[in-house]
Ligand binder design. Structure first.
Ligand code: PMT
Length: 407
């Protein structure tokens, strides 16, 4: 069985002389067991025929966005959902620019915008176009947004020049794709992640909460799933779609979150606490809506359970990662939480600023563990989550081998 068996690949083909290699690429992907659906841009049709790609992929080729027949056959949204991965090979300079701009003016760019699957692009262009400042900036933008790039290679080009910009050979592309699909390092590990805010009731219509959107925790859940783990996501009230393959458990209050976490903690290998759990809740919850009769209202608050500390106080705690949301003295406060809560690692973010932290699509993290630290500069939360999971995996494996050596 090949590593691409049953993988569903949307292969995007752009207008480039390298499009002739896409035929061989389709053949290879099929040989490796993948199911391939080709999406061609209009200019790709100047270099290779839809019939060639259709014959090799054994599936109809998709070319048009606003076409009744193609939309009824498999709509652009269905295609975007169907994909385990979107592979764009060749990816022209023009299409890279469209991706970086988030445009959706043809079928392929719309599928890219509508998919939750990872997107891999394989550039193919003249070396001066590749080195152009605009292209360089597009590469950085795409990297920040979590796009994966294969190549380009250096060598003789169809235009007669020599340099970087050649599309990788189909065999190189399929090999890199196999690596991407390798069973992750966290295969069979159970990871529990908390995400989002909690809501603490004041009366039947009012509650105390915070600005957490859950985006950071959901991105971590997706990254953990990509690394092969069994993922349980315990989340407060958020408006986000559950990443594919993740077991989601919804809660509302800190107390409910505590109960669900503790019910599942014995089978958890790694616990990551990205939720913004309310530290306090009203001492009593009014059974009827509080009337605005008095000019002043005192609300008495009591402490909520500290879920992280309960987890690390277990007889055999999992590898535990806390978050620290700080407006000042980030390092000192994070290190104090690392020690006082007996954590294996803490990820600190500065909050209360315009960019990063609560309800932003980006974040920057300072990660601390005993005798070590690492900075993850501001980037899209999906990228940050993948980088964080890489560090967690490394430290978790180090701790596991040290524990095994002691047995
Ligand atoms: O959800 P987003 O909009 O994407 O925003 C992400 C985030 C800013 C919420 C996230 O990155 C983050 O920092 N989460 C932790 C927020 C927080 O509550 O930090 P804290 O410093 O108050 O708490 C420290 C740690 O203790 C956290 O891991 C928290 O989950 C945990 N905690 C806190 C209180 C409590 N009663 N029980 C807990 O387990």
């Amino acid at each position: 069985m090949s590593n691409l068996t049953n993988k569903r690949i949307v292969l995007g083909v752009c207008g480039s002389i390298a499009a002739y290699k896409s035929a061989d690429l389709v053949r290879r992907l099929k040989e490796m067991g993948a199911e391939v659906r080709v999406v061609m841009t209009q200019s790709a049709g100047e270099f290779i025929t839809a019939l060639t790609l259709q014959t090799l992929s054994h599936n109809p080729v998709h070319q048009y966005l606003l076409d009744c027949d193609s939309e009824s056959n498999m709509s652009h949204i269905e295609l975007a959902r169907w994909a385990d991965i979107v592979l764009i090979a060749p990816c022209s300079a023009n299409f890279m620019s469209k991706l970086a701009q988030g445009m959706a003016d043809d079928l392929l760019s719309t599928v890219c915008l509508a998919t939750r699957a990872p997107i891999v692009y394989v550039p193919a262009m003249n070396n001066v176009m590749w080195e152009n400042k605009a292209t360089r900036e597009n590469v950085i933008t795409l990297q920040k947004r979590g796009f994966v790039r294969f190549g380009p290679a250096s060598g003789d080009q169809a235009c007669g020049e020599t340099g970087l910009g050649r599309m990788l050979e189909p065999v190189q592309i399929s090999n890199q794709l196999i690596e991407l699909f390798q069973p992750g390092l966290l295969q069979d590990k159970n990871i529990m992640i908390t995400a989002g805010p909690t809501q603490e009731d004041i009366d039947p219509v009012r509650f105390i909460s915070n600005r957490s959107s859950g985006k950071m925790g959901f991105a971590i859940a997706q990254a953990a799933r990509e690394a092969g783990a069994n993922v349980t996501l315990v989340c407060g009230p958020v408006k986000l779609t559950t990443p594919q393959g993740v077991n989601r458990l919804d809660v509302r209050t800190a107390d409910e979150m505590k109960s669900v976490v503790m019910e599942n903690i014995n089978t958890t290998d790694i616990f990551i606490s990205a939720a913004a759990v309310a530290d306090y809740r009203p001492e009593t919850v009014a059974t009827k809506k509080i009337k605005k009769a008095a000019s002043k209202l005192d609300l008495k608050l009591i402490r909520n359970p500290d879920i992280l500390s309960l987890v690390t106080n277990e007889p055999v705690p999992p590898f535990t990662v806390g978050f620290a949301a700080e407006t000042d003295n980030v390092r000192e406060n994070a290190l104090a939480k690392l020690n006082s809560k007996s954590l294996d690692m803490i990820a600190a973010n500065e909050v209360g600023k315009e960019q990063g932290g609560f309800d932003s699509n980006e974040n920057a993290l300072s990660i601390y563990w005993q005798n070590g630290e690492q900075q993850l500069p501001m980037a899209n939360k999906n990228t940050i989550a993948r980088q964080l999971m890489t560090i967690i995996t490394e430290k978790f494996r180090e701790k596991s081998s040290a524990n095994n050596a002691l047995i």
